[in-house]
Structure formats: C-alpha cells, structure tokens
Design a protein around this ligand. Structure first.
Ligand code: FES
Length: 569
C-alpha cells in the first residue's frame, strides 16, 4: 500500500497536476522565509485561538511561543493558523449557537492544510469541545492544551471568582443588599487577569474531562493561566506533538467509548458543569456512538463529588492545582476508572498516573469516605415532562428542594421572563416552581444559559435564595440552585414542556430521577392540538439557517446532524 504523504505533500490543492500543486505550494510557503531544510521537517499546526474579544485567551500568544519552542526542540516545524475564537460574554445570541461553527472551522482547517499533527489551544467554555469535535472528525494526530484558569480576585477581604460570585453578588444587588456603586467596584475584581473562570464552570470541567479523556498531557487542566508551569506545559505539548506525528496516534484511538466513560466518571467526581454532558455527547456523536445518559446516572450513583470547588464547594481552581490537579482526583477514584485507556502520551492513563509524583495532604480533593456530596454531581431525570431526559446538578442545589412538588409559574420565552419576573403583580410564592419555555437549542435560539431563572425580586427581597426552576435551557457551570435543565424534547419543537400552564402541578423527585407534570392526559391532548411552534424558530439564510435545519437536541449534544459520524434520520 502506498505511504500516506506527509509534511508539505499532504492534502494538495487540486490543479490537476500534483507536481505543480506541490511546486506552487512550496513557492508560496517560501515567501514566508522558510528554508528547504525547515520544510522537510514534520509540520505541526497550532490553532491560534487568540482574539481581542476573548479575555480567557489573552495568554495564547505566549503559549504559542512556548509550543513552537517545544516543536522545534523535537525537530518539527511549527505553523500557527487562525481559527474561530469565542468568549461567553461576547457571543450573540449565545456561544452555544456558535460552537458548531468553531468545530466546523477546526475540522476543515486541520484537514485542508498540510500538518502531520496539530496542537489545539482551548480555554473558554465552548472552545475545548469545539476543538475536540473538529479533531475527532478530522482524525489527524492532535493534542490539546488549555489557557488555564484565572487566579482569584478579592473585594473587601473576600476572595472572588468568576462567575459563581458574579451571580451570587448580582443576586444580592437585585435584592438591594449591594448598591450600584459597590456592584461596579466588584465588577473590577471578578476577573482579575487572563485565563478561564476559576470555579468548576464549563471551562474548568472541560479541561479536566479532556485530560481524563487522554487528549491532554497529565497535569495540564488545572495550571493557572499566569503560572510559569503553564508555559512549560505548552512547551512539552509542542514537543510531544512531534512524536505524535511520527507515531500516527489518532484522536479516534484515544477518544473511545471506554475513555468517554472515564470522562463521565470524572465529570461526576469533580462536580462538573452540566454543560459537560452536552459537549461529551457531541464529541461521542463525532466518534460514532451515543452518550448513554443511563450510564451517566449509574456512574453518578457510585461516584461521589470529591472536589471542593465553587459552586458546589468553597475552593477555586488554583487551589486544585496546588492540591495536585486531576492526578489527585484520579488517585481517589483509581479503583473505578479504566486505566488501560490510551492517551496522547502514547501510554495508558494508568501508566501516566503511576508516573506522577506521590500525593500530599490537602483539603480540596476529599477522600471517597468523606465526599462533598455522596451521589455524583449530576442526576438524570425522566418522566412525562422530559421523555428524552433532563438533568439537575444536585450537588449545587438546596437539599430541601431535591424532592418537591409545586404550582407552575410559567414564562413562555426569555422576553416574557424579563418583562414579568420582577413585577410586583407576579403571582408567585416561594414554594412554586418557575418554568421557562422556548429556551432550548431552537427555541431561544442557541440554548442560552438562562436556566438559572432569577428569583423574582419580591421573593429575593424577602430572603428567598433558591426555588425549583425548570427549563429546556442550559445553565452556566458556575451557577447554583435547584435547577432542572436540558428538558428534551424542547418546547420549541413541541416537547411536553410547551404544554405546561400556570397553576399546573409539577413533581420533582431527584432521588427517583423523575420529573412529572401532574395534568390529565386528555387536557394535555387538547393543549397539544392548540399548540403552534414559535414563529422565530427558523431562519432564512446563512449560518442561522444551517443551525435551525440541523441542530439536534441536548441528548445528542446539540451538534448538527450532518456532522455526526452517523447522522440521525
Ligand atoms: Fe471564558 Fe468563563 S467566560 S471561561
């Protein structure tokens, strides 16, 4: 069998004459000043995800320098290339709406341009999943590194972190406890430097999960963005990329069903973001299998939450780094994980673990015998209100609300919620259940992180801090509360959530894993006959049209159907 072309000979542009294509390519790459000897080396692409709009990726230029150093030390030729970058607060309508665009960009640019291996630089919430989705589909040797978490800020002696404390303190501002001047001062302290949110939000979750999947060198997930170790890790990542190129070790050999189970296990043990479930489902779909929500539940039942980080606990990512990072977590659950899974080191997860320095006493990663939460962080719910599933981050909810039945107070859209949630006339009591419809993948669109429905102002002022809230939306991993998310099918495609009306009784039983709408079947049939899809849940042109035509529901990771290895029909 003919050898696959490598280096500059990979993936030539079609001119009908391969010799001419290579001649032309070399002529143009020489315009960049490369010598023949440089061009004979293995080529390592580096995704440049720097953007002036993305503070979480502020340090990417420094990381690229370190990665290039590592690549050249190992005898490779590093070539960086730009790729879509997105920050949570700078993505309209939501970063989730754009994640698949970034994944397509990653896949196509990795495939289109000559590279023998690629270093992926992720960080902010959607970037790691998008890069892993793209890398899974392109299936060129790939290794991930991340920008790393921010260090914490401080206000009046209190340690602060984005964005659990953003939400908590904004809630106090809404309740009148913090005035307008002080909340502005706090805004200067919440994100004090480069890097990703330093709590167990989606960025931290995906970094830890990616390391558990085997796509990142050991120790990479928790190193703070400003720490010198971050650059050393980038350097060895570049070095290792050159070896990956010669070993031809592919993402599809590393990200397997078995390593995905390890990733789900780690998601539960770290009390990870609910968004992690969606992103792992999307990555699995790219690899040709479905994420099994029942398995997530089973793993949760035997994997307690061990990591004492906000929002479930009290510490921040820099504390997890000082406690040994993911290695310390994996040691605690060593008897539960599949240690034979292959990783980007070329050796197994178990061998990597054995090669790490011995652990030391710490108060961030709890032992199995004394967890933060006895059951896993995330519980899957089913019932007539969520036939295809919903989830709740039970570790971050008020325990008293995990089993609750109450009267529904329904908001039919984000706009409706914004218009009425703080109205003194709103008919709402503390034991009601707040319901938000049409905030799912198609409904909003882009499945915004709106599941953290604010406590109505009149209840917040009266001291109510948590209520059961349910929706087809997502929630930031940094948020907390008795919040049911990802209800599927979503309201905008006619899921039962669309049929809930004010005054209906809803029953949540987290222990049993159920979510029920206690309304007579005949009444529901009548409501369904009268239901119409929201008029905005479609688009005529551009990326939005592609999005509406192709986006799947939460259980399939909200990926585009045609991007899955096996599209659904
Ligand atoms: Fe980028 Fe939180 S906004 S990680």
């Amino acid at each position: 069998m003919a050898e696959k072309p490598i280096g500059m000979k990979r993936g030539l542009a079609h001119y009908g004459d391969a010799g001419f294509s290579l001649f032309l390519r070399k002529a143009f790459i020489k315009a960049m000043g490369y010598s023949d000897s440089a061009l004979e080396r293995p080529i390592i692409g580096i995704t440049n995800t720097f953007s002036g709009y993305n503070a979480c990726h502020r340090s990417v230029p420094d990381m690229i320098e370190a990665i290039k150093r590592g690549v050249m030390m190992a005898g490779g030729l590093p070539i960086e290339f730009p790729i879509v970058s997105m920050h949570e607060a700078f993505s309209h309508p939501t970063s989730m709406f754009l994640r698949n665009l970034m994944a397509m960009d990653a896949e196509e640019m990795i495939r289109a341009q000559p590279m023998d291996a690629v270093v992926l630089i992720g960080g902010c919430d959607k970037t790691v999943p998008a890069l892993l989705m793209g890398a899974a589909s392109a299936d060129v040797p790939a290794i991930l590194t991340v920008t790393g978490p921010m260090i914490t800020g401080s206000h009046k002696g209190e340690r602060l972190g984005a964005c659990t404390d953003c939400r908590r303190l904004w809630g106090q501002h809404r309740a009148g406890v913090i005035d307008a001047t002080e909340i502005e001062e706090i805004g200067d302290k919440l994100a004090p430097g480069p890097g990703t949110c330093m709590v167990m939000g989606t960025a931290s979750t995906m970094a830890l999960v990616a390391e558990a999947l085997g796509m990142m060198l050991p120790g990479g997930a928790a190193i703070p963005a400003v720490h010198a170790d971050r650059l050393r890790h980038a350097e060895i990542t570049g070095e290792r990329a050159v070896a990956l190129a010669s070993e031809r070790l592919l993402p599809s050999q590393i990200m397997t069903r078995r390593s995905m189970t390890n990733a789900l296990r780690v998601l539960q043990a770290v009390g990870g973001s609910t968004n992690g479930v969606i992103h792992l489902a999307a990555i699995a779909g790219r690899l040709g299998f479905d994420l099994d929500l029942a398995e997530l539940d089973r793993l949760g039942a035997e994997t307690p939450v061990l990591v004492d980080l906000k929002p479930s606990g009290q510490h921040y990512m820099e504390d997890l780094f000082k406690a040994g990072g993911l290695t310390t977590v994996l040691r605690e659950i060593e008897h539960l994980i599949d240690k034979n899974c292959l990783t980007v080191t070329g050796t197994s997860l178990g061998e990597n673990l054995a090669a790490q320095p011995k652990g030391w006493p710490n108060d961030v990663v709890r032992p199995m015998s004394d967890p933060i939460h006895y059951a896993g962080g995330i519980r899957v719910l089913r019932g007539n209100l969520a036939p295809n599933g919903a989830i709740i981050k039970q570790a971050a909810a008020s325990p008293a609300l995990l089993k609750h039945s109450g009267r529904a107070v329904v908001f039919t859209s984000l706009e409706d919620m914004a218009a009425r949630i703080d109205s003194p006339e709103l008919d709402v009591k503390a034991d009601d259940i707040l319901v938000l419809q049409n905030a799912g993948p198609k409904g909003a669109p882009g499945m915004p992180e709106a599941g953290y429905i604010p406590i109505p102002r009149k209840l917040a002022i009266a001291g109510v801090e948590d209520m059961v809230r349910i929706s087809d939306a997502r929630m930031s991993g940094t948020a907390f509360g008795a919040i049911v998310l990802h209800i599927s099918p979503e309201a905008a495609v006619g899921g039962p959530l669309a049929l809930v009306r004010d005054g209906d009784t809803i029953e949540l039983d987290t222990e049993r894993g159920t979510l029920a709408l206690l309304v007579d079947d005949e009444v529901l049939r009548q409501r369904r006959a009268e239901w119409h899809p929201p008029s905005h849940a479609a688009a005529r042109r551009g990326y939005a049209r592609l999005y509406f035509e192709q986006v799947l529901q939460a259980e399939d990771g909200c990926d585009f159907n045609f991007l899955r290895a096996r599209p659904k029909f």
